[in-house]
Design a protein around this ligand. Structure first.
Ligand code: MSP
Length: 514
């Protein structure tokens, strides 16, 4: 067994609100990648969690009449339960309010202060007290020094803060993002358009950044020996990726292979995070991959437009089409590249009917129907091959390496599509070979055709199990091939197929809209 460690993370989500399709998407894609790596026999560690020390948690908690930690507990549980329901196979769930994380963050900050990369400085700027945030000088001027949100004057505020010497890492970051090796390390940002974006901004020049705040009222991680300062929420949050595995039994997982995020939080992950790690003398993660956004029914998701894909909506889709159908849609049609994707009901139904009902589900129905009719339900033997089988077998043999290679590049859409392409090819092959006709004159030849088609279905099910765990396991059970390998030839002739209902019943739009 190859027990190479593989560590993948998602962003840790704000507990200000409940999970929605965006959070579910990133976590599902990370889950799929983790499962593909487990299929290879690797020693996988998959982390997700919640980011809890934001000032807005205090505000929301106050509005609801509960304490910040009660509010955080409530929503962290929503995230945990949602991920459980959606068959997410995370190995741990980190909450930044947990002592194990806080203790480590204090250690990292102390180390940075000792190394001289974090220093006490003074920050002055325009402050929006209602929003608890600084407004950049140019913006403040544009606003006429009035908060655009609460219409109160901005305050000119001076604060003593701890600063991180980001400027010191300008040259190293530039080189890394350009693909160069720095101190024996590499660090990739993908897709390429995103790394170009980051590089452009780095070249404009990097200033040191404040990494502490005062006046957080005890909500946050205090800086050792300077209790009035708490670690700025973003710095606190980024450290989760290492704090969770910073113990003797888990150290082997660091550095992470993939930090999966979306484009909204690229700067922190592609610039601040590697710089902090260099300052800590820690190895750098291999890849930060930033996907794009889901919009919904053609527009940006918004609560007021009523097109928000929230938990209730997600549950409706799961109930109507099955969880695995939702996972398939996310994997095959999601915004993994630089374009946003539209979560639209009509599109979902189209993808469901085409890929799952017509292609995948139908292949199972066809082979199992024909095998029960002509071979009393026993999987037939593979006899002499014609060039038609040879072409299909060639595709099948190359499938696992193709899929794994795409997974290594986080190209989940293409990986899963390449498997469905084999399924489509096999459906066409069945149509041209017409084994139902051949069976009348040459039963062994019909057997060869059906073995070939069923073996491809088995292989496709093994290779789609990371995406659709329950449905693919069901197919493998029907074929008596649970736990078989993603290589050609795993299907055992003579095995009796189990009876089954339709895997993905066709969804008729006229009948009902849910
Ligand atoms: N807490 C920070 C992250 C800290 S990581 C060290 C945060 N949290 S968040 O709750 O706002 O989550 C942002 C992430 O949620 C995005 O990067 C993305 O992974 C996911 N999505 C949120 N909305 C999304 C869409 N509309 N579409 C796709 N994913 C999006 O930022």
């Amino acid at each position: 067994m190859n027990s190479k460690p593989f560590y993948i993370t998602t962003p840790i989500y704000y507990v200000n609100d409940r999970p929605h399709i965006g959070h579910v998407y990133t976590t599902t894609i990370a889950d799929i990648i983790a499962r593909y790596h487990r299929l290879r026999g690797e020693d996988v560690f998959f982390l997700t969690g919640t980011d809890e020390h934001a000032a807005k948690v205090i505000d929301t908690a106050r509005e609801r009449g509960v304490s910040p930690i009660e509010w955080a507990d409530r929503n962290a549980n929503e995230f945990k339960n949602t991920f459980k329901r959606l068959d997410i196979s995370n190995d741990d769930f980190i909450r930044t309010t947990e002592e194990r994380h806080k203790k480590k963050v204090r250690e990292y900050v102390e180390k940075l202060i000792k190394a001289g990369d974090v220093y006490l400085g003074e920050f002055s700027g325009w402050y929006d007290a209602g929003q608890e945030e600084y407004v950049a000088d140019l913006k403040a001027k544009e606003y006429n020094y009035i908060s655009p949100i609460n219409k109160k004057p901005l305050i000119e505020k001076k604060e003593k803060n701890y600063f991180f010497r980001l400027s010191k890492y300008q040259a190293d970051l530039e080189a890394l993002i350009q693909g160069k090796t720095v101190n024996g390390q590499t660090f990739a940002v993908k897709p390429d358009a995103r790394s170009n974006e980051v590089l452009g901004r780095i070249k404009e020049g990097l200033n040191d950044v404040p990494i502490s705040r005062t006046g957080a009222g005890g909500w946050g991680i205090s800086i050792p020996g300077h209790d009035e300062h708490s670690v700025y929420v973003w710095i606190d949050a980024l450290f989760n990726y290492i704090s969770t595995v910073d113990s003797p039994d888990r150290r082997k997982y660091w550095p992470a292979q993939v930090h999966l995020i979306a484009k909204d939080i690229l700067w922190f992950h592609a610039v601040i995070w590697p710089a902090l790690l260099m300052a800590l003398n820690e190895p750098l993660p291999n890849l930060v991959y930033a996907h794009s956004f889901w919009i919904s029914e053609g527009q940006k998701m918004s609560k007021s437009l009523g097109n928000f894909v929230d938990l209730e909506k997600i549950d409706q889709y799961v109930q109507t089409f099955s969880l695995d159908a939702l996972r398939w849609f996310l994997a095959a049609s999601g915004p993994l590249s630089t374009n946003d994707s539209d979560f639209a009901e009509a599109k979902f139904i189209e993808v469901y009917n085409m890929d799952l009902a017509n292609d995948f589900g139908n292949l199972l129905n066809r082979v199992s129907g024909l095998i029960s009719k002509n071979f009393a339900g026993h999987i037939p033997d593979l006899g002499p091959l014609t060039p038609d089988e040879e072409t299909i077998i060639e595709v099948a043999r190359n499938l696992n390496p193709t899929v794994q290679n795409l997974i290594d590049q986080v190209q989940v859409n293409e990986a899963v599509r390449s498997v469905m392409l084999l399924v489509q090819k096999v459906n066409k092959y069945l149509e041209t070979q017409a084994p139902w006709k051949v069976a009348k004159t040459d039963l062994p030849r019909a057997g060869t055709i059906l073995y070939t088609a069923t073996e491809c279905l088995r292989l496709a099910s093994v290779l789609l199990e990371p995406v659709m765990p329950a449905k693919c396991r069901a197919v493998l059970e029907i074929l008596g091939a649970e736990g078989s390998a993603p290589e050609w030839g795993g299907l055992k002739s003579g095995t009796v197929l189990k009876t089954h209902g339709p895997l993905f019943p066709r969804f008729e739009v006229e009948k009902k809209s849910y």
